[in-house]
Design a protein around this ligand. Structure first.
Ligand SMILES: Cc1ncc(COP(=O)(O)O)c(C=O)c1O
Length: 377
């Protein structure tokens, strides 16, 4: 397959020295993102303060995120991390009566399970959907778990651990057929594949900036379906969630229209600059091309791992996985460090090493990383 991102690859200086294959954790720093961070510090150094300019960056970041998921900028709120977003969503729900179950999958990122377990004090009942023994979840398991007592289905789109990709459209349909809502943690998917919250009828969706969005830690985005937003009054709130944040009326609690009611306090401005630049770069690409390149690299990763006899923790069918390929390995943390010394930036989690390319990576880099991994298996 011809590599169609040569021009954009040149924007990532580290790639001339190292194969950065860690987008499931932190993607490579591009020139436009580095420039956006520098521009923020320059404005701070030289103008002292540029409140309007910085708020404009936050709004710009919301707009870029909206574009990536086929939403409107007014459908997006901003916080500092996906864990905070999940807590805020929880603070907007009443868990009273029998319709109080939150369906969470065993393979979801632990933070989400923790947030929902913390809501058991408020009457929520967490129901964990078991995996099928291969760190994947069958749709059938959701059919068994979701019923008339389900209030919310909170699941990840793509697993942080092994890249397993769930059929969010089918799970959303299941949730809705039982009058429940669906909240998708899309931290491992947005930026690496086409996402359409309208087509898939997603109610709530969250994603942070540092993985496939090409940004840095400390900022995350929440999508809230427009016709649903007015039903939510999150108790985790702040002045930016008000109709007019600049009214400075301490005695009056109102909620802004749309997703903005989930905004809390001053946004992480410098992170917004980085996130905006990263997503601008992504939005300048054709996401269908990005998705098909990453599918091709997935195929290479699986083939190379198989041919080297590596034990694969990811689904073996590229249609069931995102960009990440996970390999079982003894003492993964140590192997991550050894791989870094060899020039391969990969990411350890528990008992696996995750090889997570982005659009800027090549077939040769993925194959060489699997080859290097085989030395430590
Ligand atoms: C799928 C997924 N969800 C949530 C998180 C945690 O996000 P945050 O640290 O922004 O709360 C991660 C982090 O790795 C993740 O991969």
């Amino acid at each position: 397959m011809t590599f169609c991102f040569e021009k954009e690859r040149a924007l990532f200086p580290i790639l001339t020295r190292k194969a950065q294959l860690s987008s499931c954790s932190q993607s490579a720093l591009s020139e436009p993102v580095a420039t956006a961070i520098r521009d923020y510090t320059t404005s701070w150094l030289e103008q002292g303060m540029d409140w309007v300019g910085w708020v404009t960056e936050v709004d710009g970041a919301k707009a870029e995120f909206a574009r990536l998921i086929n939403a409107d900028p007014s459908d997006i709120a901003v916080m500092s991390c996906v864990s905070d977003i999940t807590s805020s969503i929880g603070s907007a729900f009443e868990f009273t009566g029998d319709k109080n179950e939150v369906v969470v999958a065993d393979i979801d990122f632990p933070s989400l399970g923790h947030v929902w377990l913390a809501h058991e004090r408020k009457g929520a009942k967490v129901k964990f959907v078991p995996d099928n023994g291969k760190n994947c979840i069958d749709l059938e398991a959701y059919r068994e778990a979701i019923n008339e007592r389900t209030r919310l289905v909170s699941i990840s789109h793509v697993s942080y651990y092994n890249g397993f990709k769930q059929d969010i459209q089918a799970i959303a349909a299941l949730a809705h057929s039982h009058d429940a809502l669906i909240y998708v943690d899309a931290y491992q998917s947005v930026g690496s594949m086409q996402i359409d919250v309208v087509r898939d009828e997603i109610d709530l969706l969250a994603c942070g900036a540092q993985k496939f969005l090409l940004g840095c830690p400390g900022i995350a985005f929440l999508y809230v379906r427009r016709d649903l937003a007015k039903k939510f009054q999150p108790s985790n709130t702040g002045w930016f969630g008000r109709v007019n944040p600049f009214a400075f009326d301490i005695r009056h609690l109102d909620y802004a229209d749309g997703a903005r009611r989930f905004d809390t306090g001053t946004a992480p401005m410098i992170n917004a600059c980085a996130a905006r630049a990263g997503m601008q770069l992504l939005n300048s690409l054709n996401m269908a091309d990005v998705e098909s390149h990453l599918r091709f690299l997935s195929d290479i990763a699986l083939q190379e791992a198989k041919s080297k006899g590596l034990r694969i923790a990811s689904p073996l069918d590229v249609n069931l996985k995102g960009a990440t390929t996970a390999i079982y390995i003894h003492d993964a943390q140590t192997v991550e460090r050894k791989m870094a010394n060899d020039g391969f930036i990969v990411s350890a989690r528990n008992d696996v090493i995750r090889v997570a390319p982005h659009f800027y990576n090549t077939e040769q880099e993925v194959a060489a990383a699997m080859n290097a991994l085989a030395r430590y298996a």
